[in-house]
Write a protein that binds this ligand. Structure first.
Ligand SMILES: [Zn+2]
Ligand SMILES: [Zn+2]
Length: 161
């Protein structure tokens, strides 16, 4: 992973702002997340986290998942990243290879919340499997650009501290 600097960082901040705009539309009760996928200076897919089909009857946010449920399967909504990836596959399938994925959360006032370390292996595997080249997170140290295979490895290595 490398932290972006100068012009590269400025450009990434603009894409993060776009991801934040999408995050404001999130419907999950637990977090407001947004993702944009960019190829050749253009957004080719976007997504926010929400119940499937954005429908209230599909909401699982407020349920307690039993202790027998595997840990990796305890999140409620569609992840912003899944939706952005599917959005590209529906609208711009030929553009996904080599694209970059920008992910952020926003707080209740719509302000970007800095991200922690990579941990979601569902997102990391999907991004890797469809050929996305870089996964970007805005950490408190700056915007980190991860090669997708490294992002996947780090997500598997994640331990709650
Ligand atoms: Zn939810
Ligand atoms: Zn995820």
């Amino acid at each position: 992973m490398e932290y972006l600097k100068n012009e590269q960082e400025k450009a990434a901040m603009r894409w993060m702002d776009e991801a934040a705009k999408i995050a404001k539309r999130a419907l999950c009760h637990k977090a407001n997340c947004g993702t944009v996928i960019v190829q050749n200076g253009q957004i080719i897919g976007e997504g926010y986290n929400a119940p499937p089909l954005d429908k209230e009857e599909n909401r699982r946010c407020d349920e307690e998942f039993g202790p027998g449920k595997p840990k990796y399967d305890r999140t409620c909504c569609m992840h912003a990243e899944w939706r952005a990836i599917m959005d590209v596959l529906k609208k711009n399938p030929d553009k996904i290879a080599g694209s970059k994925l920008y992910f952020t959360r926003v707080d209740s006032s719509g302000k970007i919340k800095k991200s922690g370390k990579p941990y979601c292996t569902v997102c990391s595997r999907m991004a890797l499997d469809v050929g996305i080249s870089k996964f970007l997170l805005w950490h408190k140290e700056g915007i980190g650009e991860y090669p997708t295979d490294e992002y996947d490895r780090l997500s598997y290595d994640y331990r709650q501290s």
